[in-house]
Design a protein around this ligand. Structure first.
Ligand SMILES: NC(=O)c1ccc[n+]([C@@H]2O[C@H](COP(=O)([O-])OP(=O)(O)OC[C@H]3O[C@@H](n4cnc5c(N)ncnc54)[C@H](OP(=O)(O)O)[C@@H]3O)[C@@H](O)[C@H]2O)c1
Length: 290
């Protein structure tokens, strides 16, 4: 359930037994172009991570596939030993090829290796939360997740993972995961213009399960819409602020993990996400997805 936080817009949410700020940070943009290789500005990337923690953010989303290994190593270098309040969420189920593709890797032996790789690169004994990434680059794909998810449950029983979630999942896969073991979050693509998961968000809210939209600002293609520009202009705010504020107001179980490689953008997003949107604003913004 969500509670107010004095420092960051949206307050906090509890993932299982872990309290996180609803305003989190997605680390994917810290790797090189197209999430391959090191960043051009390594010191700048480390500074963004330290700034996130200084601002009070206690939820960082990552994956050992980013770089690969690059973002996890940056997180370790910038923040280890980690503050007790900080929770790093990672995902397994995909790897990288030399062309920068994201081939799936969901056999039990792949998942065990990826969990150990994340433990090593983040220098942790236990991962707070691991999402099983399903589907492919085109989005969620139907099919049973049982074998892969049961492998993560075994690793959880061995004490290597505290909590589980699913990502890039269909509604049926969410239900299937919940029939195998409790999940604390679903991380799917969702933003003002892509609202396929509206029903799922409401269902998860009643189960006290978090919904963590990836690409909250449109990802590699920034959100573009005349309604978004009009609302932002009326409120004298940036479009990013409006998009993030809209997500925070969408439902209390929505957690933000916007990505940025810029300290200035991070500060701007934190400052802007607390914007209060009126009924009129929300109605206008609702039209974007229609
Ligand atoms: N589960 C999955 O399959 C999956 C897939 C994709 C992503 N993710 C997670 O979701 C997180 C968020 O996604 P994302 O980072 O790809 O996309 P995003 O948050 O929608 O957008 C990030 C983009 O917005 C720009 N941006 C951010 N704040 C800005 C501002 N104030 N002004 C102008 N531009 C701004 C960033 O550029 P600058 O760097 O210049 O600020 C970056 O290009 C990722 O970091 C990752 O952790 C998960």
């Amino acid at each position: 359930m969500s509670t107010p936080s004095l420092s960051l817009p949206g307050g906090t949410w509890t993932l299982g037994d872990l309290t996180v700020t609803r305003f989190g940070y997605g680390a994917m943009q810290l790797a090189g172009p197209w999430v391959m290789g090191p960043p051009d500005d390594r010191e700048g990337a480390l500074a963004v991570l330290r700034e996130a923690v200084d601002l009070g953010i206690t939820h960082i989303d990552t994956s050992d596939a980013y770089g690969p290994r690059v973002t996890n190593e940056l997180i370790r270098e910038a923040l280890h030993p980690y503050p007790e309040s900080l929770h790093i969420v990672t995902k397994v189920g995909a790897t990288r090829d030399e062309q920068g593709g994201w081939p799936t890797a969901r056999r039990p032996e792949d998942l065990r290796r990826q969990v150990h790789d994340n433990l090593n690169s983040l220098r942790l004994d236990v991962l707070d939360l691991v999402n099983l990434r399903l589907g492919n680059a085109e989005g969620p794909q139907p099919g049973s997740l049982a074998e892969a998810f049961e492998t993560l449950v075994e690793l959880q029983q061995q004490g290597l993972i505290r909590h589980l979630g699913v990502s890039n999942a269909t509604e049926e896969q969410v239900t299937e995961a919940q029939s195998i073991a409790p999940i604390v979050c679903v991380q799917n693509m969702y933003n003002l213009a892509h609202r396929h998961d509206d029903k799922l968000i409401d269902r998860l809210a009643t189960d006290d399960v978090a919904y963590v939209p990836f690409f909250p600002l449109g990802g590699f293609t920034p959100l573009q819409s005349s309604a978004l520009s009009a609302v932002a202009a009326r409120l004298k705010a940036t479009q990013m602020s409006v998009a993030l504020a809209w997500l925070l107001q969408r439902s209390p179980n929505v957690l933000l993990i916007p990505g940025t490689s810029s300290k200035e953008h991070l500060r701007e997003n934190v400052a802007g996400a607390g914007l209060s949107l009126s009924h009129e604003d929300l109605t206008e913004l609702d039209d974007i997805s229609r």
